[in-house]
Design a protein around this ligand. Structure first.
Ligand SMILES: [Zn+2]
Length: 245
């Protein structure tokens, strides 16, 4: 294939733009913010679950406290009724003994219930504190997630800008490259990653391999408008004064 040396040199600019576009694409997929966001999402989920668990035990404790209070109220009502009957003075001596016995039992029961209630309330207080702590932790995790997402979006916006600039450069280069040469470039790039590179100091810029004497003399003997490729990697080798021929 033949192409004017100036046209061949345009391939180097095209290769630069394509290499930069590949770097942008790679960077887009490997932004550190992406792993940071994944970790932050796990953290938020874990902390939200913890908060839900605390909320559930708080609801259970509240229910238990209410039940305990109702039971205490019932015992007190029964005590009041017994005291009322005693104060009435109309009960028989047998009923009197029974009532006094029942009152003593009720009072013991009330004490036990009140002790249990106190313990329940202490537990509830501790769980409420856990809940406050969990709320703060969750807010912190959510903030970290928002922050990481914001930084990711900023990084992506920068990459979009860089990509648009490189694509515009590339579009401007294309009309200056004949179709068959571009197709050769594009095919090599699709297979090897780099379509064209500078032959510098006898070394292929794409695969970095130093060309042997026979390859160098073959290239040196080729007319300047002959398109030559690297025997190792297939990249189009663009010759300039730096090529060491
Ligand atoms: Zn090569």
């Amino acid at each position: 294939m033949k192409a004017d040396p100036a046209v061949q040199r345009r391939l180097l600019e095209l290769a630069d733009a394509d290499a930069e576009l590949s770097r942008i694409e790679h960077r887009r997929r490997t932004l550190p913010e992406l792993t940071e966001i994944e970790a932050a999402e796990v953290s938020v989920r874990t902390k939200r679950d913890a908060q839900v668990a605390i909320q559930t035990s708080l609801t259970d404790l509240n229910r238990e406290v209410k039940r305990q209070e109702r039971e205490i109220d019932a015992v007190r009502a029964r005590e009041d009724r017994d005291r009322g009957l005693l104060a009435d003075g109309t009960v028989s001596p047998k009923q009197l003994t029974d009532l006094e016995h029942e009152l003593a039992t009720l009072q013991r029961r009330q004490t036990t219930l009140e002790d249990d209630l106190l313990e329940l309330m202490e537990r509830r207080e501790a769980v409420e504190l856990d809940g406050q702590h969990a709320g703060i932790e969750l807010a912190k995790a959510e903030e970290a997630l928002t922050d990481a997402a914001k930084r990711r979006d900023e990084a992506l916006a920068d990459l979009d800008t860089a990509q648009a600039r490189r694509e515009a450069e590339r579009t401007k280069l294309l009309p200056g490259i004949p179709e068959p040469l571009f197709q050769l470039y594009d095919r090599v790039r699709a297979n090897k990653g780099i379509g064209a590179s500078l032959l510098r100091a006898r070394r292929c810029g794409a695969c970095r391999i130093e060309l042997d004497r026979s390859a160098i003399s073959r290239i040196a003997a080729s007319p300047a408008d002959e398109v030559v490729t690297c025997e190792e990697c297939g990249a189009i080798l663009v010759r300039t004064a730096e090529s060491g021929l």
